[in-house]
Design a protein around this ligand. Structure first.
Ligand code: G3P
Ligand code: CA
Length: 355
């Protein structure tokens, strides 16, 4: 643990009410790492659909993730790919346009005629999940970002929850799309960081523009630069679609990074945290709980702030198990012992990492 993190932990403990047990984490905030439902419940149901997002909410996700593409007539839809072929039945209903099936060549009305099909490794071919009946009459069509936000707002209102949303402005860079994402969030009342919005993009220019759009509209939200972990000339950074940006450069415009888990190290997390950046990992696709523990647990020990997963249930099992483990670390009952306790806690963590 870096000296900065030790100081933050000490500060957090000093500010917290004393109790027999207290949870603490090596995350930047000290809060539990967040579980992000990647493309909905995409391991089980068709990705980026209302049915999939609803299942992710029922499974207990902290955030749902819609990727965002723009249709020919300027509507925002939840869709990962720039083309419709991998996830929908477009080829059975339409001829190619301009030699392909780009989202940007089809109107929303046309896209609404498509069916999204399951692609997850544990998905049922008939788009079902045991015991789950979606509320939407059209759960496996392509939803608009509007519809995803409406689903989320209804869910939070009805259940007294505060699940967040983590929209990604997809490539290629599209200024209209960035502006429209911010406008859509505003229309749904997601205007403040406390509304738990994290905007993300692999395009650094989009991160900059999204930040400017938020500010221009008097809004705040977290911003995450996506890409691969890169160590260049001794400095950590992230390589997105428009090149390498150091963590210091990213910290000027964003609040965090979303990086491929394959490149994450404890040193990278420490470097990001030292600059006030959160670190979220993508994308964990464990096919069992056992696999989930093997993939995710070590990075939680390093202080990972959150992770994208196709399997919210497995992700939560690991995160919640880790939370229970951490909360069992005793906190001293008196102030004179507190700083000694912090040192002991750090030592416990170091022993765990070394084990
Ligand atoms: O946005 C984080 C993660 O979703 C990045 O991967 O390709 O699934 O959008 P991708
Ligand atoms: Ca994404």
């Amino acid at each position: 643990m870096s000296p900065t993190r030790s100081l933050m932990l000490a500060t957090a403990l000093l500010g917290a009410p004393l109790s027999a047990h207290a949870a603490s984490f090596d995350t930047l905030s000290g809060n539990a790492p967040v579980v992000i439902a990647h493309r909905g419940a995409s391991g089980y149901l068709p990705e980026e659909t209302l049915g999939g997002y609803e299942l992710a909410l029922k499974l207990g996700a902290d955030y749902i993730e819609p990727d965002v593409q723009t249709t020919a007539d300027g509507h925002l839809v939840a869709m990962h790919d720039a083309t419709l072929t991998r996830t929908t039945n477009v080829e059975t209903l339409f001829a190619p346009r301009n030699g392909s099936y780009r989202v940007s060549d089809f109107t929303l009305a046309e896209i609404k005629t498509l069916t999204v099909e399951p692609t997850g490794a544990l998905a049922a071919p008939d788009s079902t999940y045991p015991g789950f009946t979606p509320v939407s009459a059209t759960p496996y069509t392509v939803p608009t970002l509007d519809e995803v936000l409406s689903l989320l707002t209804t869910w939070n209102t009805e259940n007294g929850t505060s699940v967040g949303v983590y929209p990604e402005s997809k490539t290629p860079y599209n200024s209209y799309q960035n502006q429209k994402i911010v406008e859509t969030l505003q229309a749904h009342g997601y205007t403040d960081a406390s509304d738990k919005v994290i905007l993300q993009s692999f395009v650094h220019a989009s991160i900059v523009e999204l930040g400017q759009e938020l500010a221009a509209n008097g809004m705040t939200a977290e911003l995450a630069q996506l890409g691969g972990v890169t160590l260049l000339d001794g400095s950590y950074g992230v390589t997105g679609t428009d090149g390498f940006f150091s963590l210091a450069e990213i910290a000027d415009v964003a609040t965090g990074v979303g990086v491929s888990y394959t490149g994450i190290t404890e040193a990278f997390i420490d470097a990001a945290h030292a600059l006030g950046l959160t670190v979220h990992a993508y994308t964990f696709r464990p096919l069992s709980e056992e696999a989930a523990f093997a993939m995710i647990q070590p990075m939680l020990e390093w202080g990972l702030d959150g992770f994208f997963t196709d399997y919210t249930d497995f992700g939560l099992t690991v995160r919640n198990s880790y939370a229970a483990d951490v909360s069992a670390v005793p906190v001293p009952a008196g102030l004179p012992l507190l700083l000694t306790g912090v040192g002991a806690l750090v030592a416990v963590r170091r022993r765990r990492k070394a084990a």
